[in-house]
Write a protein that binds this ligand. Structure first.
Ligand code: CA
Length: 239
């Protein structure tokens, strides 16, 4: 049983905490529960969980501050689960280093799907063993040395900005990247109106990637940002 991923659940609401515990248990995950920020930080540093599921509103600390603290020393995926439905709260959590977010009330199936995406990111990073020269995801291949991208072995013609956007998303596969983060990485600086041009670049990039009947590579999070999804993970892979 020891090879089952360990999930850290940080939640002060006892009912939600036990729902998550039961859900994780039935799926064969191991889990630890933390009821507040202090417990969360201890668990995160001593147990080295594979993924953290984090409530934002905690009695002793803001969830965002937990993200900032643990990001100093770990890249473990963090999925925020919060009743706060404002885009600004999600963006703040993502910019602090969260990977993904789920709004309460959430469906158990959705929680498990997000968890699988996060675990796949961990596995992909572990098996890649650092920066690899070639990125592969379903029919998409990026040859970093050559600066070329291919779909089903056909080169796709990208502008320099589209190529940089693609590489940024690929490097962060499974993670939601906010508009602000992308604009900062690609253009250095930005203003609010740049989100409009980012949308245009993304639209043309997506069109160039979706040549066949595959699932979308780039997922849009309206008002938040974008995420590269992994295609070659088995959809029903058990934890
Ligand atoms: Ca709470």
């Amino acid at each position: 049983m020891n090879n089952k991923p360990l999930i850290l659940v940080v939640e002060d609401d006892a009912a939600v905490r036990s729902l998550m515990a039961v859900t994780l248990d039935t799926q064969g995950y191991r889990y630890h529960l933390a009821r507040n920020g202090a417990e969360a930080l201890i668990e995160a540093s001593t147990q080295q969980p594979a993924v953290m599921l984090l409530d934002l509103g905690l009695p002793d600390m803001e969830g965002v501050d937990i993200i900032r603290k643990v990001r100093d020393w770990t890249v473990m995926p963090i999925i925020v689960i919060s009743a706060r439905s404002e885009d600004a709260d999600k963006v703040e959590a993502l910019d602090a280093g969260a990977d993904d977010y789920l709004t309460k009330p959430f469906s158990v199936d959705e929680l498990l799907a997000r968890l699988r995406v996060a675990l796949r990111r961990v596995n992909a990073e572990t098996s890649a063993g650092g920066e690899s020269a070639v990125y592969e995801n379903g029919g998409l291949r990026i040859d970093y040395a050559a600066g070329c991208a291919y779909i089903a072995d056909q080169e796709i013609h990208l502008t320099p900005i589209e190529y940089r956007l693609l590489c940024l998303l690929a490097r962060n596969t499974g993670k939601v990247l906010t508009h602000n983060y992308i604009l900062k990485e690609i253009w250095g600086s930005y203003t609010a109106s740049d989100v409009g041009s980012l949308r245009v670049f993304m639209a043309t990039l997506r069109k160039k990637l979706q040549t066949g009947g595959e699932q979308p590579y780039i997922q849009t999070h309206i008002g938040i940002g974008y995420r590269m999804l992994r295609q070659d993970g088995k959809p029903e892979d058990a934890p």
